[in-house]
Design a binder for this molecule. Structure first.
Ligand SMILES: Cc1cc2nc3c(=O)[nH]c(=O)nc-3n(C[C@H](O)[C@H](O)[C@H](O)COP(=O)(O)OP(=O)(O)OC[C@H]3O[C@@H](n4cnc5c(N)ncnc54)[C@H](O)[C@@H]3O)c2cc1C
Length: 452
């Protein structure tokens, strides 16, 4: 959502399936930064120096745009400037850090190679980006909502969009009980809700990460930090109800990956305890985001054959700046203006896929879940299902997803995703059925979509 549309007299309606800020943006670690891991050498090598420079500039501008919106709309959301670091504790990544610093210096960005960071960690090396920022994401989003409502526009929560179809003057957006007619529609649903045209399910996957919030008597440093190692660990502090907490995020994996997930939070807690032995874990949660195959967000026209239908997705866990860039690009398109960054993020791009390994993975996963697994009957039966266990078993010649809760009650579901029919996999940490193809998630009764 962008305030500029409102200021230009547009009649805007926001339709939200659940509650505002209850999904990824309300659960993010909210570093507002152009430092997207080690990324700029990749951009120069895979695209060009001028492409990398524009990407960097767009993200740097987004930081100050967000500050300006906060000032203009008077949003109290703990915005503060902080330095951002990517560090490594492994000698084998030293050259990667050095090459990234040199790539950034070629782009005239004042990135700095450092051997120490304010965080309580022994490191080999790090790259420092000055003057990045953090805020409280929920407070920011709710502040934006106030501005939207004060401008006379409408927000409808608990209003799921089922479809968007072209009509003579624009589009019809279908909810359960209503149709909304508009000239333009923006699909900002994290994972696009329309499959055809667009075909975003062929060029994107979802990754999940886990977050804990700890408190300690020790003094927590400012700054934000992420490791180069895979999966990476990320740190930032946050002011929460008059106390300073540290957010520690990590344990990423592809959503629906068939792996044991039980220790994801324990691993983060071990890291926390090793750094702050007195610490107490106050909160823990997980969330997920979409990643495009070339690691660049998809922003702009949804499809070449659907004018005035727009999309913003594929933020690869850097959606704070990317969504601001998206808001500006899409606003310009709606107002009939050009935007200097529109080509960088063009959603209808047909460039060769850069991330060939992930493409192979996606194809393998889809073939496996759509074809191979579907026709294989499982050897497991419901008789050897343990308490608090979920799995796919054979019942009367059919595959059934079963979960036995701690009281011994068994819940049966059809283990097939409603999106495109992939076979779901059991998530033994959060007791959900997750889709390995495109990242939809269902609770163990399949009553609710958790993410779709
Ligand atoms: C663990 C983690 C940490 C992260 N940390 C950072 C960070 O430090 N800095 C950063 O820049 N980025 C970070 N990100 C990424 C960032 O949080 C996301 O890129 C961003 O929040 C995604 O925003 P979104 O609007 O696309 O999705 P969402 O915030 O999920 O919003 C989409 C909304 O659309 C609604 N919706 C879905 N389907 C429908 C429908 N059919 N009808 C109506 N509404 C619908 C959903 O309910 C939801 O509210 C992180 C991501 C993760 C997973």
């Amino acid at each position: 959502m962008h305030i500029i549309w409102l200021r230009n007299g547009f009649n805007v309606v926001v339709l939200e399936k659940d509650k505002i800020a209850c999904k990824t943006s309300g659960n993010t670690t909210a570093k507002i930064t152009s430092q997207h891991g080690l990324f700029y050498k990749y951009l120069i090598d895979s695209f060009s120096k001028s492409y990398a420079k524009s990407y960097l500039q767009a993200n740097e501008e987004a930081i100050s745009n967000i500050e300006n919106i906060i000032d203009l709309e008077n949003i109290s959301c703990n915005f503060s400037y902080q330095d951002a670091y990517v560090y490594t504790q492994d000698n084998k990544y030293l050259s990667d850090i050095k090459e990234e610093v040199s790539a950034l210096n070629k782009l005239n960005f004042p990135a700095e190679f450092v051997s120490n960071i304010p965080l309580k960690l022994e490191i080999i090396a790090a790259i420092k980006f000055p003057k990045q920022a953090t805020f409280h994401p929920r407070k920011y989003i709710l502040g934006l909502c106030n501005s939207i409502l004060n401008s006379g526009c409408k927000i409808y929560e608990n209003t799921k969009v089922y479809d968007v179809k072209k009509d003579l003057n624009g589009y019809v957006t279908y909810t359960k009980n209503n149709k909304i007619y508009s000239r333009s529609v923006i699909i900002a649903t994290n994972y696009p809700i329309i499959n055809f045209p667009g075909f975003y399910f062929l060029k994107m996957y979802q990754e999940k990460s886990y977050v804990i919030a700890i408190k300690t008597k020790e003094t927590l440093p400012d700054g934000m930090y992420i490791s180069k190692e895979t999966p990476s660990i990320s740190f930032r502090t946050i002011d929460c109800e008059n106390q300073k907490l540290m957010l520690i995020a990590g344990g990423s994996h592809k959503t629906g990956e068939k792996i044991d997930l039980k220790n994801r939070y324990n691993n983060l807690e071990k890291i926390a305890k090793s750094m702050y032995p007195d610490c107490e874990v106050l909160y823990r949660w997980s969330t997920q985001d979409c990643i495009s195959l070339d690691k660049i967000p998809y922003i702009g026209h949804f499809s070449q054959i659907m004018p005035n239908l727009f999309v913003a997705t594929g933020y690869k866990k850097w959606g704070m700046t990317s969504s601001n860039i998206a808001a500006n690009i899409i606003t310009d398109k709606i107002l009939g203006n050009s935007n200097q960054y529109e080509d960088i993020f063009k959603a209808t791009r047909l460039k060769p896929i850069k991330n060939k390994d992930e493409l192979k993975n996606m194809i393998k996963e889809s073939v496996n879940s759509l074809v191979i697994e579907k026709f294989k009957l499982p050897e497991d039966t419901i008789n050897n299902l343990n308490v608090d266990e979920g799995k796919i078993v054979e019942i009367n010649g059919k595959k059934v997803g079963v979960y036995k809760n701690k009281e011994g009650r068994i819940y049966q579901v059809n283990p097939v995703c409603t999106h495109l029919g992939c076979e779901l996999s059991w998530n033994n940490l959060e007791k959900t059925w997750d889709c390995p193809c495109h990242g939809s998630r269902f609770d163990y009764m399949r009553k609710f979509y958790l993410f779709s």
